[in-house]
Design a protein around this ligand. Structure first.
Ligand code: 5GP
Length: 184
């Protein structure tokens, strides 16, 4: 196997690109089984979910529409403010559709409980959540993702779309950011 060096700002790697590929493909196959005959719309929450989203939709063998939304994020911080704002909305109606919201990580659950409500208010036929990572230890609201690839401990992770101060999104693996990076 090709020799790889770990990024110097990472404390450790949690999931390698190979493990991510296998998990995302398996999730795509599961969604393919579950959404036969449905009017599927996959909604990517930018920017963090972008790499996961593009891999996931290509693992789903069904007709679908895709769209993108932007919600407010942490900024250059590792803790959620709990305030969620819709920065960019979808470009068409989802009334009567079966929506899957695709997110990078569920942490406090505030973002997704807000988004779920937004979609329910738009008369969707169904709304489910697919997340790459779930960090249940920090949950502040009752929210269980319908689909997830991995459950992680309470650590701040970056890579495969996840950032710290807009950096590290392009790392192909998911790793724990060394605390010295955000504590300095
Ligand atoms: P929640 O509303 O569930 O607290 O937060 C969801 C958002 O917080 C995610 O979309 C992500 O942008 C950010 N977030 C939560 N935990 C982490 C983490 O460990 N690493 C990174 N990079 N972002 C996180």
């Amino acid at each position: 196997m090709e020799e790889r060096t770990i990024h110097p700002d990472l404390e450790s790697i949690l999931y390698t690109r190979e493990e991510l590929t296998v998990a995302v493909k398996a999730l795509g196959e599961k969604i393919t089984q579950d959404y036969q005959g449905k009017d599927l719309v996959m909604v990517c929450i930018l920017k963090g979910a972008a790499p996961f989203f593009t891999d996931l939709i290509r693992s789903i063998d069904l007709p679908m529409n895709i769209d993108f939304m932007v919600v407010s994020s942490y900024g250059a911080s590792t803790k959620s403010t709990g305030e969620v704002q819709l920065v960019k909305d979808m470009s068409y109606s989802v009334s009567g559709k079966d929506v899957i919201i695709v997110e990078d990580i569920v942490d406090t659950g505030m973002t997704l409980s807000y988004l779920k409500k937004v979609f329910q208010d738009r008369n969707t036929n169904s709304v489910r959540i697919a997340t790459l990572l779930d960090k249940p230890e920090r949950r502040k609201v009752v929210l269980e993702p319908d689909y997830k690839c991995f459950t992680i401990p309470d650590a701040f992770v970056v890579g495969y779309g996840l950032d710290y101060a807009e950096q590290y999104r392009n790392l192909p693996d998911v790793g724990i950011l060394a605390p010295r990076v955000y504590e300095k």
